[in-house]
Design a protein around this ligand. Structure first.
Ligand SMILES: Nc1ncnc2c1ncn2[C@@H]1O[C@H](COP(=O)(O)OP(=O)(O)OP(=O)(O)O)[C@@H](O)[C@H]1O
Ligand SMILES: [Mg+2]
Length: 246
């Protein structure tokens, strides 16, 4: 098993953003995480990636208790993420952003890599996401779609085994969204990734994941294969609504 979270709690003042959530994700699985706005999806990712420390509960990754570890320590263990709003370094080029992630990685230090080697690895990752021709463009001049691709390249450059993607399709047109979905699928196979995939676009989730978790008001209210979960009356009531056509 890859990830095991137990009874996670995260409060913000009076709000319980994550309320006693437990989950298991097995190696190689692609798990979808859906739920209405404000249901706690991003907070859960923040807990697993270490950006927030939980008020209760425990997180074990590949047998190691990571509950108290800092985000960079979790990255070194093989946990990566993308952000709902891309968090790239806007005054650096696409290439520099990926190279920066490599310079901060465990293998850069352990293998005593040179800057040239980091740059050539960065080129490899840019190529994988189809951004090679944008290598020298400043991030602030890249459209959202390409920033999302770059976030994926940067996450990959940390050599993850487990990656959490937070609404990588939000704000994209349907063609771009389909491209990103296909890319995530391809990366999964090429890099043998385990994935937790937060997404509002149900059409994409339905065909991309094997199992779906549904959050509502900080709790996981349903879990199962996508086609069963979307018919679950509890899920329809909390999230999907009768009118959704899949
Ligand atoms: N840093 C924070 N400070 C205060 N409240 C927060 C913070 N982060 C999240 N919350 C609150 O916690 C709850 C869960 O938010 P979260 O961002 O996890 O939801 P989400 O499911 O990712 O929603 P969305 O689909 O809109 O991205 C919301 O009520 C939100 O306002
Ligand atoms: Mg969110």
């Amino acid at each position: 098993m890859v990830l095991h979270a137990n009874n996670l709690v995260k409060r913000f003042g009076g709000i319980v953003a994550v309320n006693n959530v437990s989950l298991k994700i097995n190696g190689g699985e692609v798990v979808g995480l859906i739920g209405p706005n404000g249901s706690g999806k991003t907070t859960l990712i923040n807990l697993v990636s270490g950006f927030y420390k939980p008020d209760g509960g425990r997180i074990v990754f590949e047998g190691i208790d990571i509950t108290k570890k800092e985000p960079y320590e979790r990255v070194k263990l093989g946990i990566a993420r993308t952000f709902q709003i891309p968090r790239l370094i806007s005054n650096m080029t696409a290439l520099q952003n990926v190279a920066y992630a490599i310079v901060g990685s465990k293998r850069f230090r352990e293998k005593k890599m040179t800057l040239e080697e980091a740059l050539s690895e960065a080129i490899y990752y840019l190529d994988i996401v189809g951004l090679l021709r944008k290598r020298d463009v400043l991030v602030k001049d890249l459209p959202l779609y390409e920033q999302r691709l770059l976030e994926l390249a940067r996450a990959l450059a940390t050599n993850p085994r487990f990656i959490m993607v937070d609404e990588v399709m939000a704000g994209l047109n349907p063609v771009e969204a389909d491209n990103v979905a296909k890319l995530v699928q391809r990366l999964r196979e090429e890099f043998k990734l385990t994935i937790l995939w937060v997404e509002h676009v149900l059409r994409i989730i339905m065909r991309s994941v094997e199992r779906v978790l549904v959050m509502n008001e900080g709790k996981i209210i349903a879990e199962g294969p996508p086609h069963e979960v979307v018919k679950n009356p509890v899920v329809v009531k909390a999230y999907i609504g009768e009118e959704v056509v899949l």
